[in-house]
Design a protein around this ligand. Structure first.
Ligand SMILES: CC(C)(COP(=O)(O)OP(=O)(O)OC[C@H]1O[C@@H](n2cnc3c(N)ncnc32)[C@H](O)[C@@H]1OP(=O)(O)O)[C@@H](O)C(=O)NCCC(=O)NCCS
Length: 365
């Protein structure tokens, strides 16, 4: 049981909801982004739903052993968001959920409220606090990391998508013994507009890139060197592109579109994968549409990426691998400052159940 208290939380004060909050809650919960990422909200969301939340759902939450707070402006008392702790599950774990009104986003309100309510839950005996955020809800994931929650994995098909279907949910948790310090992503996001040398621009892959990515990934001479050597189904490509920001934020992989800087046209993709933080190593891979070949674009892309990795992350070893027949890719790596290493026998899955050799490449910081 949590006590009904008021909790100071930096830019906001957390207090139990009151009927006077109904208008602000109704206005905020009608916001499309709130509706998208909190699929249990009724739609359209009306003032009656807000009153039902305040007098029914929130009251029931408190009675059942949870806690429901409005994030209130300390001066005006106006509701700026909601944060709630569900009643503990059978192992004592407490799940937290929140939203912030669109008109106060980006000011650190959610992060401050999450940090405060989590500390308060620990003070009242919670052994663990966790939250789930849809894979594409990078804003909420940043809030979790900012409040010292560790990324713990991705639960497949764990949440409903408004309108039908299921979404993968990222899980973040904090234990009382964790420092609670903000967790800085291992891979910082690219600057606005991406990385550019004036000829090539690298931008984080997004769902909008999926058709162009699919086109490149299906070219016969790209398929030949893919692992495994098959064109991906489009659903896989769409999922990859939509989840790129999540994987980037939690330090799994950095996936980028290679664009013609002059026109912004999608030319191909480049990524840092197989991150091994203790060795501060990552693997570079890329593919380019045939229309853009022969202009040195991939070499520039690899150079830009290496420059970024060596100056903006703690990476000190970039590795790559090529099929021994792939002379074009070997020329790219050589021009981008990589040195050729050993040939690994029967390393890569080839066509028809065969195995092909792999040439190792390395560029040190
Ligand atoms: C997610 C949400 C709660 C964030 O609230 P907020 O008060 O704006 O969050 P903060 O200001 O504390 O932001 C923390 C960080 O996330 C970033 N961020 C916030 N929204 C973002 C978004 N949509 N995309 C990318 N980054 C975002 C902020 O810039 C900030 O990053 P910084 O520390 O690098 O500057 C709010 O956007 C919201 O209510 N969304 C809809 C409902 C929802 O998703 N709830 C959570 C369900 S799990």
């Amino acid at each position: 049981m949590f006590p009904r208290e008021t909790i100071p939380a930096g830019p906001v004060t957390l207090r139990p909801p009151a009927e006077s909050d109904a208008d602000a809650i109704a206005r905020a919960c009608a916001d499309p982004e709130t509706q998208r990422f909190i699929p249990v909200l009724p739609r359209p969301y009306t003032r009656e739903h807000a009153v039902g939340y305040i007098t029914g759902i929130a009251e029931e939450g408190w009675r059942a052993g949870g806690a429901e707070f409005v994030m209130a402006d300390p001066d005006s008392g106006e509701a700026q968001g909601v944060i709630g702790l569900k009643p503990a599950d059978r192992f004592g774990n407490v799940e937290v959920g929140y939203w912030v009104a669109p008109w106060v986003r980006g000011k650190g309100v959610a992060t401050a409220a999450l940090r405060a309510v989590t500390g308060w839950a620990f003070d009242h005996g919670a052994p663990r606090v966790h939250l789930v955020a849809e894979m594409e809800n990078v804003g909420s994931q940043k809030v979790a990391l900012g409040a010292g929650f560790r990324h713990e994995g991705l639960s497949r098909g764990a949440g409903p998508i408004p309108g039908g279907g299921r979404a993968d949910m990222a899980l973040f948790g904090r234990l009382p013994g964790d420092s609670g310090e903000p967790i800085r992503p291992f891979l910082p996001f690219l600057p606005p507009g991406g990385l550019t040398d004036g000829v090539v621009t690298l931008t984080m892959l997004t769902g909008d890139d999926a058709p162009a990515y699919q086109l490149v990934a299906s070219l016969p001479d790209v398929v030949k060197y893919r692992v495994p050597p098959e064109a991906p189904p489009f659903e896989e490509t769409l999922y990859r592109c939509r989840g790129a920001a999540y994987r980037w934020l939690v330090g799994i992989q950095a996936e980028m579109a290679i664009r013609d800087a002059a026109t912004g046209a999608y030319a191909g993709d480049i990524q840092l994968s197989h991150l091994t933080p203790p060795m501060r190593e990552a693997m570079v891979g890329y593919s380019l549409h045939s229309d853009f070949r022969g202009r040195g674009l991939v070499t520039r892309a690899v150079q830009l990426l290496a420059e970024w990795a060596f100056t903006k992350t703690s990476m000190r070893r970039l590795i790559s691998g090529t099929n021994p027949d792939n002379l074009a890719s070997q020329a790219v790596l050589e021009r981008a400052g990589f040195t050729r290493g050993q040939t690994q026998k029967e390393y890569l899955p080839g066509p028809g159940g065969t195995w092909t050799d792999n040439v190792e490449w390395l560029r040190l910081r």
